[in-house]
Design a protein around this ligand. Sequence first.
Ligand code: NAD
Length: 336
Amino acid sequence: MRVLVFSAHQYEENVLRGFAGDKHKLAFTPEKLGIDTVDLARGFDTISLFTSDDASAAVIQKLAEAGVQFIALRSVGFDHVDLEAAAAAGIRVANVPEYSPYSIAEHAVAMMLTVNRKIVEGRMLMNLQDFRVDSLTGFDVHGKTVGIIGTGKIGMAFAAIMKGFGTTILAYDPVENPEAKGLGVRYVTLTELLNNSDIVSIHCPLNAATKNLLTMKQFKQMKRNAMLINTARGGVINTSDLVEAIESGILRAACLDVYENEKGLFFEDHREDVLKDPLFARLRSFMNVLITGHQAFLTTEAIAGIAKVTIANVDYWQRQMRSPNEIVLNTQVTMK
Ligand code: NAD
């Protein structure tokens, strides 16, 4: 198969080539898919997309006109693809439903500890040769209550780590995971979870039901001094409400690997640019908000896992078989 890989990153090109071997001819472009770049797909019946790509209805239409028939996503999330438009255009889409849930769960924990134990401030003071520790007090995670929104693969990996910390774990998910019981996870309503958790971590997908799941109303329901972690998708949180909640002291801190308006920002070098995003500027200005640029998945194991399944999905397509990872409307979509 001739495959055009959009939003190709240096970290993945050789890994993808390795799994493709002689079976597929891969072409790479750092360009993001969008209405201005869709013509690059001409001549390829298969393309591969990342979360930063835009496969909205208008782009899908153009992809179909260009002859694209199969999209191999290099991500779990598929909120950047208009699946209805793809189905209508006869374009099939497959994702990577699982690679290393540990990569994201461990990053969430890393962020939580970094903010709680003021590691960034400690490093700054160390550089200044200011060895006082008065401003660096954190809290014991042990004995606290952790609320997990979404107990799929990543949520459960996070729960397993949190169990090791000696926490009480509450969860909110419309579909209960049978594995959760073994970890002592107790399912509650979203309100109960917010009312009682010292740390809330989001691990649900972004879809119509979860868009802006957390707004000021929900922040006000959270325990005073609670910490919020979001490694799922920025759109699950209303960011402008989050900024207000941080400013007014409703939340102790936030750890964000994703941001509602990250498209066109994250994964790109903007060192020479003046960023025109006042919301992001405010968010970045808080010492109690730690932001990373959608890097939670970035471990060697995860990169290999993504590449392997992406190429396996293309293999299925080449053999004119349906990959088990194909996203079929009204099944995976409503479940996820
Ligand atoms: P998953 O499908 O295994 O689990 C998602 C869980 O969310 C499911 O249990 C589902 O029932 C639950 N859910 C659905 N709607 C919900 C709702 N309204 N409220 C609460 N829970 C709900 O997916 P996963 O592999 O655990 O990944 C979760 C999300 O993490 C992905 O959709 C993706 O957006 C995000 N992600 C982020 C990164 C990153 O690098 N930051 C990497 C991979 C995935």
